[in-house]
Design a protein around this ligand. Structure first.
Ligand SMILES: [Ca+2]
Ligand SMILES: [Ca+2]
Length: 294
């Protein structure tokens, strides 16, 4: 009996010491946290915001739209327009009106850009010494009958062929930034300006951009020849855009809204890596993950 009492007593004493130590310690930390929160707000001079359910949205704003403060979650979407309460609060749109919301284009990102290289064609050099621009000459390397040859072309004089496609030299200029010469060519019968730089690949002006609509969780492809693309629905209001250009090196696309007040918007790359990369034999495809794949 004595032998069993000693360990029991020891355990009891140890438990007692813990029981007194832990609550004391726990109380202090809880008190400290409350203190810091309260004092932090007052001492830094930030205005006190009434926010019953701590969803980051002032109760005042929720009451303005007859929403019940304390019941609305920051990620709830009362009017089913696709935007959450916090997004609508930050954009100062009406969370109860599906037609009032941040622009859908703010939720669109570039996930890939693809363009096609014009094979065989290369600007070798330019001769821009003569005073009359008409006499300036561009030397192009082309492929004809499966053989590489050179074409010396004067502006607006005749045409030249590469792989059976007929081209015309439209203009010769010096790039203001790089001070490098640029020859602008055009496929006969088309309305286009294809820039060619010395010893650089030449690309078809048609660019395809794959966009990721983060809100609708879908991807769609738009090319520079397409008329328009739409976002949203009839219920939430439609936004119409046209792809203006795309920059492969920065993975950015420029779109212009179609409507009464046209607006130009630069769309940036997808912020997170996308595992789905577009590839092609003869194209210069860049996926958001192409450079950032894990
Ligand atoms: Ca909403
Ligand atoms: Ca809304």
């Amino acid at each position: 009996m004595k032998l069993r009492l000693i360990p029991t007593l020891f355990v009891f004493c140890f438990a007692l010491s813990l029981a007194t130590a832990i609550p004391a310690f726990a109380d202090v930390s809880v008190l400290e946290v409350i203190d810091v929160t309260r004092d932090g707000i007052q001492e830094t001079g930030l205005p006190e915001i009434n926010d019953q359910n701590i969803n980051g949205i002032p109760d005042e704003w929720e009451k303005e739209f007859k929403l019940s403060p304390g019941q609305t979650a920051a990620d709830s979407d009362q009017d089913s327009d696709g935007f959450t309460l916090i997004q609508e609060y930050e954009a100062k749109t009406d969370p109860t009106d599906p037609k009032s919301h941040p622009k859908y284009i703010t939720q669109v990102f570039v996930s890939a850009i693809s363009r096609q290289r014009i094979t065989g064609l290369e600007l070798v050099s330019v001769e821009m010494k003569k005073s009359d621009k008409k006499d300036w000459i561009a030397d192009f390397a082309v492929i004809r009958n499966n053989r590489k040859r050179n074409e010396f072309v004067r502006m607006n004089v005749g045409t030249f062929k590469n792989n059976d496609v007929e081209f015309r030299l439209l203009d010769l200029e010096v790039d203001e930034k790089t001070k490098e010469p640029v020859a602008y060519i055009q496929r006969v019968g088309r309305d286009e300006r294809i820039p060619c730089r010395v010893k650089q690949p030449v690309y078809d002006p048609l660019i395809r951009v794959r966009f990721q609509d983060a809100l609708a969780d879908r991807t769609f492809i738009v090319s520079t020849t397409e008329a328009e693309f739409k976002l949203g629905t009839a219920k939430t209001g439609e936004e119409t855009y046209k792809l203006v250009s795309a920059d492969v090196s920065n993975m950015e696309a420029v779109v212009k809204s179609v409507g009464e007040k046209p607006e130009t918007v630069t769309i940036r790359r997808l912020p997170r890596p996308n595992p789905d990369v577009v590839t092609g034999d003869d194209s210069d495809d860049r996926g958001a993950s192409g450079e950032k794949s894990e």
